[in-house]
Design a binder for this molecule. Structure first.
Ligand code: URA
Length: 209
């Protein structure tokens, strides 16, 4: 599938399976999500540009690489996005963080924005938007449209799980945005949940159900 990166690393797949199980505790789910997100961060940052700089080791001067440009921005789609955010920050601790608050209207399943806060100088930054579930795609589409108004250098979207409907919707609205996911599940149900999925990601992270 074009512009969809399926992260099939055995550690990612193993942890995802443990998270899907309905008897995984809140603590287990959160720990696994944190670990899995750190692993996904490696894949998502794989093509970050490097810049050669001169440094001094205790023995010699040498030219070595550092990441080029302004700090990366992770944007969490609240609230479930925060579960991925923490794991990503373990790997890129200097990243800037933005938050988009969207809730899903239970009737229309359409997103309604209630919070939006981004770092400065977005036009010079690469953005990675995180949300565990790309289901109907409505929240992701709305978040990306809003962030595009700030004209960042690039945008990537990272989720744990998605489905054909979510991919199709996001790619129709934003074909330029690559999707990184650990699994593409069978389908959406009539309530906008992914099947077989893992349930409500926010509830499972925070133990709210
Ligand atoms: N959001 C979730 O948390 N789970 C789904 O299956 C779909 C959307």
């Amino acid at each position: 599938m074009n512009n969809v990166h399926l992260i099939d690393h055995p550690l990612v797949q193993h942890k995802l399976t443990l998270m899907r199980r309905k008897d995984a505790s809140t603590r287990t789910f959160r720990t696994l999500l944190n670990e899995l997100s750190s692993l996904m961060a490696y894949e998502v940052t794989r093509d970050m540009p490097l810049q050669a700089v001169e440094i001094e080791t205790p023995l010699e001067t040498m030219t070595s690489n550092v990441i080029d440009g302004k700090k990366l921005v992770f944007v969490s789609i609240l609230r479930a996005g925060n579960g991925i955010l923490e794991g990503m920050l373990n790997v890129v601790p200097g990243a800037r963080v933005g938050h988009v608050g969207l809730y899903r209207d239970p009737e229309t399943l359409e997103p309604v924005e209630y919070y939006f806060k981004m770092p400065q100088e977005m036009a010079e930054r690469d953005v990675v938007i995180v949300d565990p579930m790309l289901a109907t795609g409505n929240s992701a589409i709305a978040a990306i449209s809003r962030i595009k108004q700030l004209k960042p250098k690039s945008i990537k979207f990272v989720c744990l799980l998605t489905c054909p409907e979510g991919i199709a919707a996001l790619q129709k609205a934003h074909p330029d945005v690559p999707i990184y996911t650990a699994a593409i599940d069978r389908q959406l149900n009539e309530h906008g949940y992914i099947l077989p999925g893992l349930g409500d990601a926010g509830d499972r992270i925070y133990g709210t159900k």
